[in-house]
Write a protein that binds this ligand. Sequence first.
Ligand SMILES: [Zn+2]
Ligand SMILES: [Zn+2]
Length: 287
Amino acid sequence: MDAIGCALLPASCTLCGSPLPQLSSVPICAVCWTEIPLLSGPACARCGDSLDTPVSLVNPASASFCRACRLAPPAFLRAVAFGLYQDRMKGAIHALKYDRLYPAARGLGRLLAQAIAQFASDAPAEMLVVPVPLHRSKYAERGFNQARSLAAQALRFLHKSDPAWKLALAPSTLMRLRATESQAGLTSRGRRLNVRGAFTVSDPAVVESKHILLIDDIFTTGATIRAAAQALKRAGAASVWVATLARARRTSVRRYAPADKAEDTRIFAGATLHCETNFSLQEKSSF
Ligand SMILES: [Zn+2]
Ligand SMILES: [Zn+2]
């Protein structure tokens, strides 16, 4: 049937163009799924950012935390991601978000479920799963919220793999109050200011004393996630945990940059960042 189907409906992989050997609702080939770049190397125990500052330059007691988390601890407890926001991962997310290849959410949701599963042993047994919302004008333009689609797909897998873990999707809990500018092209400080106060909780009674699992597609500087987590904590959430599908990872340009400058000269996957003046990730924002 697959052969007949492929002959009748020739299809090729959206990411690499190779012919698909089987009829599939997701036009991404098996090889491309295996080529999704993974995260590696030492990472901040809080936000998951790569740790490239020489350990001798920081207080050994806080050496497992990045500079941003040491200076201003985020409102979330931990953030994890499945892979790096580049190559096949970037292609698959773009296919979902901008080419509206909705079936890709299923395959990507499976990867997100693997990221979330990293919390299984530490996280509370009952959690509310809150996708980072789009502003209603962006939602009207895009027609769907990729964070919500990914969260719903990930939960399908987790309900099967870990049925005792009570994860309930609460998609309209968090609201985006204003249509913020696209984060692309903004400095990291600009990103923080752009999303400050952008989120609110529709009904604080829903999140009060609850443990929250916040979901988004990409963690870039963390400005959006930090602002969303802050709104949830302000509304009375007991704790906030974060899982994203992908993470834009930086590496230091100068191997021995002083600790206070270490953040200023850095490269994100696929783009250079100069001293907070030229944040030009090759991505559209998740807004
Ligand atoms: Zn492929
Ligand atoms: Zn950190």
